[in-house]
Design a protein around this ligand. Structure first.
Ligand code: DC
Length: 224
């Protein structure tokens, strides 16, 4: 029997870090769906397309082969037409491309079966924006993970600093506010809390506390 855990929430709430930690504890597959949208955005941008324009993006979809491999490093490696783009999709500009392509219905349709297929074959903890609402509406557990804008901006800024990206904190915060707005106001599969989701706000929690809080939510709901 396969279990599925859906984690949704805004950018920078810590979804991937927490989901990865819980997946490792439970022996589940961790599926970072944002990485899949990032891979599509990267491809379109590399082809010179405008990620916000459906007529630019749609014709390119059939040429995109996306692979996911789980390395010994525990990372979900994204393979775009044979090339490992795991690092490239984390560049700051790609966040914007991903948000733009993700508002295009044909892109969401293109990726839906891939995401559902993974959950059919494995026990998964999957994170994104619409996992509990659209991709896996029957997930065993749904969590809406969030934190204040200030806290999320600070976390993202620290991550960028560690990679040598000097984007100022105020800019990072502005980008997060814009992305929150775009992700939650688009017509198709907007970011929203599923009615049956448990809300976990990590603004006041450090990493270890957040992991424990999420683990407790899971433990109370499925028989491990
Ligand atoms: O989680 P992330 O920041 O890597 O996601 C990048 C973008 O992809 C985000 O701005 C919205 C989009 N996305 C989405 O629309 N649906 C998902 N399930 C995951 C991500």
């Amino acid at each position: 029997m396969n279990y599925s855990i859906a984690i949704d929430g805004p950018s920078g709430a810590g979804k991937s870090t927490l989901a990865k930690a819980i997946a490792a504890r439970l022996g589940f597959y961790y599926v970072d769906t944002g990485a899949i949208y990032r891979t599509v955005g990267l491809y379109v941008a590399r082809q010179g397309g405008n990620c916000a324009v459906p007529a630019d993006v749609e014709p390119l979809l059939p040429a995109i082969q996306i692979g996911m491999e789980y390395g010994e490093d525990g990372l979900q490696h994204m393979i775009l037409n044979g090339e490992d783009v795991t690092a490239a999709i984390r560049e700051n500009a790609v966040s914007q491309y991903a948000s733009q392509v993700s508002a295009i219905p044909a892109v969401r349709e293109f990726l839906l079966e891939m995401q559902r297929g993974l959950a059919k074959r494995h026990s998964v903890i999957m994170d994104g924006r619409d996992i509990g609402t659209v991709v896996l509406p029957d997930a065993d557990i749904k969590v809406y993970l969030t934190a204040s804008v200030e806290e999320r901006a600070l976390r993202r800024w620290k991550e960028l600093q560690a990679k040598g990206d000097g984007t100022p904190l105020e800019t990072v915060k502005e980008q997060i506010i814009q992305r929150d707005y775009a992700d939650s106001h688009r017509e198709i599969a907007p970011l929203r809390q599923a009615e049956d989701a448990v809300v976990l706000d990590t603004s006041e929690l450090d990493l270890e506390e957040s992991i424990e809080a999420l683990y407790n939510i899971v433990k109370e709901r499925i028989d491990l």
